[in-house]
Design a protein around this ligand. Structure first.
Ligand SMILES: Nc1nc2c(ncn2[C@@H]2O[C@H](COP(=O)(O)OP(=O)(O)OP(=O)(O)O)[C@@H](O)[C@H]2O)c(=O)[nH]1
Length: 596
């Protein structure tokens, strides 16, 4: 079963002869990839040179890229397959497909695998691999690989009787051939099918043109097959003597060409045809001789249509000779072969539909997987979008929080600023009247509860209007600041100073006795009088008057303390200024206490 298909392989190799301009001799300057492609072009047109080049390339294997080593492996498998080792070549191709992740390699490998499987009679696998090759080749832009695949497809489909598909790929090949051989093989498949279907008559001229075109382009095998098909198609029992004799002459002339091809299938075809034509010519001896020769040559091939033809011839000869026993044997052999061919035809049909079905299942599975992937992708997209939305929301919240933080900080700063402005006098950096009153109330409450004294003095700079008028407001400001700094320097205990307004200040000292307060105020008064005002740029002496009250007389009441201190101050001013007067002395109408 295997051996009888061998001629198909030879035929397919022959069919795929590529004229890519590789007829030139091997050029040492070529890169490894160029050499591999060059070898691929040679593999059918010049098998010896192809094999020699493969041996040459063996030494460069370590320098090859991954793709180059895959292509090299493919070519070596091809070479082995050509020698007839179909099984190990098929295994090697399957390994190649497994290991070389490259479309160009897949296409070549699946095509060759399909080719080998047809030879082995494994039609289902052949169709399946062929389909893979066709599907892949449509996804790449490689004209050479495309036509090579169409060529194999047209051939394999013809061999398994899928005429429509074979014609489809033949038309594709003819529509855009890569070379002249493509045209020859496109026509070859096309017209063989037409003749097999009984439609050859109307294409007579085209068939002759195709035979000539194949011969001229040195595609001898397809030229001869077409020629024999045409003879078998046109010459039969109804043909005239002249037609039969012309056909015989033509056949005799082709003997050398057939011999030259060394193609066993072609020889069998030739001899069976000769047997038939001899029979039609009435030359029964010759007819019998070529029939027996055909049977003999066909032994290593298996059941073929040619065998059927010659058994038919033999049967007719034996009937004519009245040798009914031999005729019956021939008839029996013919019936067996018919049965066998019929079974094979059926097997091809079943194999084709099974492969197509298998393909459909695979496509549906791929479609289902694609849909699941799409769904998964959609889900991922949705999840990504949700995450993105959440992230955006977080960002928004964060921005809002930052904004609120910044805003609160700004508000707090403003608040602090206004609070400071409201509580601290910007010129002298002591409490404002408002802050003074707040703190005073707390202090009075506290000290009242603890029965600790609170002393209050109002200090007023003397003739300050004169300072302003004489030296200007800037000097006046300097004097105000300096007077306060001086008072603060003098104090060696806890005091609170506040600006009551203009050049009038309150000085509070809790926890000390009234006489200690008087002493402290006097120290301040003297320090102000001694103040060096040169730094202000003006020459002047500043003095201040102090009116002092204390909780022992005025109670823990801010208004009373202020009123009584003011009265004492008034007294100090009236009595010549630059002095400290206590409210106690005012009450006692004692002379102004001037402590110098
Ligand atoms: N440079 C300056 N002058 C101020 C400030 N606040 C009030 N004054 C001035 O202080 C002066 C107060 O004058 P008066 O109330 O007449 O009192 P005086 O001249 O000090 O006289 P006696 O208090 O009676 O000794 C006015 O001329 C105000 O303009 C200030 O912040 N800076």
């Amino acid at each position: 079963m295997i051996l009888h298909k061998f001629p198909y392989l030879i035929f397919l190799w022959g069919m795929m002869v590529v004229s890519l301009g590789f007829s030139q001799v091997h050029d040492d300057q070529k890169s490894i990839e160029e050499l591999l492609v060059f070898a691929e072009g040679l593999r059918k047109s010049n098998v010896d040179q192809f094999n020699a080049l493969l041996i040459d390339l063996d030494s460069s294997e370590s320098e090859m890229t991954f793709y180059e080593s895959c292509l090299f492996r493919y070519l070596k498998i091809y070479s082995e397959a050509f020698k007839g080792d179909y099984n190990s070549s098929s295994r090697a191709l399957e390994e190649l497909i497994e290991e070389c992740n490259d479309k160009n390699i897949y296409i070549r490998a699946h095509s060759l695998l399909a080719n080998l499987q047809v030879i082995k009679g494994d039609f289902e696998s052949a169709v399946s691999n062929l389909n893979r090759s066709i599907q892949l080749v449509e996804t790449i832009d490689n004209h050479f690989l495309k036509t090579q695949t169409y060529n194999v497809a047209s051939m394999i489909y013809r061999l398994i009787n899928q005429d429509d598909l074979s014609l489809k790929y033949a038309e594709l090949l003819l529509a855009n051939p890569a070379n002249e051989s493509d045209t020859c093989y496109g026509n070859f498949n096309r017209f063989r099918i037409y003749m097999r279907q009984g439609d050859g008559e109307q294409f007579t001229d085209e068939i002759f043109s195709a035979i000539n075109q194949c011969s001229e382009t040195e595609n001898l095998i397809p030229a001869l097959f077409l020629k024999f098909d045409f003879i078998r198609y046109t010459v039969n029992e109804m043909s005239s003597e002249l037609q039969v004799s012309n056909a015989l002459n033509e056949l005799v002339q082709l003997e050398d060409s057939v011999e030259k091809t060394q193609f066993k299938n072609l020889k069998v075809y030739y001899n069976s045809l000769k047997s038939k034509i001899f029979y039609l010519s009435g030359l029964l001896e010759d007819a019998e001789k070529y029939a027996l020769l055909t049977i003999d040559q066909n032994a290593s091939i298996g059941e073929t249509e040619q065998l059927l033809v010659v058994h038919d011839v033999l049967m007719s000869i034996y009937v004519k000779r009245n040798d009914m026993q031999s005729a019956y044997a021939a008839l029996k052999a013919k019936a067996d072969i018919e049965q066998s061919l019929y079974n094979e035809k059926l097997a091809k049909q079943v194999a084709y539909y099974r492969a197509i079905h298998e393909n459909l299942v695979q496509e549906l599975e791929i479609e289902r997987l694609n849909q699941s992937n799409d769904l998964l992708a959609l889900e991922n997209q949705l999840a990504a979008e949700t995450t993105k939305k959440q992230q955006l929301m977080m960002l928004l919240i964060l921005t809002l929080l930052l904004f609120l933080g910044a805003w609160s900080y700004k508000i707090k700063r403003k608040h602090d600023y206004f609070k400071e402005v409201a509580e601290i006098d910007h010129l002298t950096q002591v409490y404002t009247r408002k802050a003074f009153e707040e703190r005073m109330r707390d202090l009075l409450d506290n000290n009242s509860a603890k029965h600790e004294p609170v002393n209050l003095a109002i200090m007023d700079l003397d003739h300050f209007k004169y300072v302003n008028d004489e030296h200007g407001h800037l000097v006046g400001d300097w004097v105000l600041k300096q007077a306060i700094l001086t008072c603060e320097d003098v104090a060696d205990q806890d005091i609170m100073i506040a600006r009551l307004g203009g050049e009038e200040f309150a000085i509070v000292s809790p926890g000390i006795e009234p006489c200690q307060m008087i002493d402290l105020m006097n120290k301040m008064r003297v320090a102000i009088e001694m103040m060096d005002c040169a730094e202000s740029g003006a020459e002047l002496t500043v003095t201040a008057s102090f009116g002092v009250s204390h909780s022992g007389l005025s109670g823990y009441n801010i208004s009373m303390l202020l009123t009584h201190a003011d009265l004492a101050l008034f007294e100090a001013k009236n009595n010549g200024r630059n002095r400290v007067v206590s409210y106690q002395s005012v009450m006692a109408k004692t002379p102004v206490a001037k402590i110098s």
